[in-house]
Structures are given as structure tokens and as C-alpha cells.
Write a protein that binds this ligand. Structure first.
Ligand code: HEM
Length: 153
């Protein structure tokens, strides 16, 4: 990521992070609507998608996803930031293998929902979409390397 990528990511991120739970909810509802099998992995699997916003456990998870991105984005451009970003996403990969049993393809499905919702919410131009895709490539690289280390698929 170059300085311009980082500036574009930070500038556009200000919009979804202002309402973190609602932004996370928009992403997850898109994710479950397009790829319903992912909902089966969650404790709120029996809640119909239209009612998810009333589930406290769902809302908590929405906030956590946004917080993970926020912690990473605040490290961009900082000294030692890349190591911290690595720690954050290796931790996500480990818990998602060991506790949640999430297979790699689910991440591609989630990525689609993230990019779609961000593009709409932030009205991303081409340059901004490119910066976000670079960040997601970095994050997904960290996740999948950890999956490989753990022998997970
Ligand atoms: C839990 C973040 C991708 C399913 C969590 C937690 C965080 C988190 C912070 C709670 C702490 C923990 O258990 O580690 C993220 C981020 C993701 C991601 C930042 C990638 C961008 C996914 C995907 C799935 C998934 C693709 C697939 C269905 C779950 C489940 C839980 C969980 C089932 C447990 C929820 C609960 O017990 O209420 N996630 N996650 N996550 N995640 Fe993810």
C-alpha cells in the first residue's frame, strides 16, 4: 500500500465506521442473503434474516467485524503497523479455524459483501476501490497463510 492508498482507505473508512454496528449489519445481511449456508455457522442461525437486526448476538458480531477492520486501518502508515496487522488477522484466522470451523471459500463470499456494501456506502471511485482491494488482498494473504500453517482448508 502506498501513501495514496492509505489516505483513500482512511478517508472512505470514516463513513462506515461512524455507525459501526449498522455498517457491520449491512455487510453480514448481504453475506447471508447471497450465501445463506454461512448463517448455519452462527449461534443466531435460527433467526430469519429479516429479524437478525433484533438479535443482540448478531449486533455484537457486526460491531466486532468493524472493530477488527478499524484496528487494522488505524495501524496503516504507523511504525510497526504491519506487524500489528499481522497479529490481528492471524488471531482471527486461528479462532475461525479452531473455534468456528470456517472454510476458506466463506471468506471470498464475505469479501464480495464487504466490497459491495463499501462501494455503495462510500460511493467508491475506481482509485478508492483499488486501494480497498489491495488492503483486502493483504489481509486475506495473512489469513490464508495462517490457515495453511494450521493445515486448515
Ligand atoms: C466470531 C471477526 C470472517 C464466522 C468472530 C469474532 C470476530 C470476528 C472479531 C469474535 C472473536 C473471535 O471468535 O475470534 C471476523 C472478521 C472476518 C470474519 C474480521 C473477516 C473479514 C468470518 C467468516 C465467517 C465467520 C467468513 C463465516 C461464516 C464467525 C462465527 C463467529 C465469529 C460463527 C462466532 C460468533 C458468535 O459466537 O457469536 N468473527 N470474522 N467470520 N465469526 Fe468471524
Amino acid at each position: 500500500l502506498n501513501a495514496e492508498d492509505i489516505a483513500e482507505i482512511k478517508k472512505t473508512w470514516a463513513i462506515p465506521v461512524a455507525t459501526p454496528t449498522d455498517s457491520g449489519a449491512a455487510i453480514l445481511i448481504r453475506f447471508f442473503t447471497k450465501y445463506p449456508s454461512n448463517l448455519e455457522k452462527f449461534p443466531f442461525r435460527d433467526v430469519p434474516v429479516a429479524e437478525l437486526n433484533n438479535s443482540a448476538r448478531f449486533r455484537a458480531h457486526c460491531g466486532r467485524i468493524i472493530k477488527t477492520f478499524d484496528q487494522s486501518i488505524s495501524q496503516l502508515g504507523e511504525e510497526g503497523g504491519l506487524e500489528k496487522i499481522q497479529d490481528i488477522w492471524q488471531g482471527i484466522a486461528s479462532s475461525h479455524v479452531q473455534r468456528h470451523n470456517i472454510p476458506k471459500p466463506s471468506y471470498f463470499e464475505l469479501r464480495e459483501a464487504i466490497v459491495e456494501v463499501l462501494s455503495e456506502a462510500c460511493n467508491l471511485n475506481e482509485r478508492q476501490a483499488e486501494a480497498w482491494n489491495k488492503l483486502l488482498d493483504i489481509v486475506y494473504d495473512i489469513i490464508f497463510k495462517k490457515y495453511d500453517d494450521l493445515g486448515a482448508q
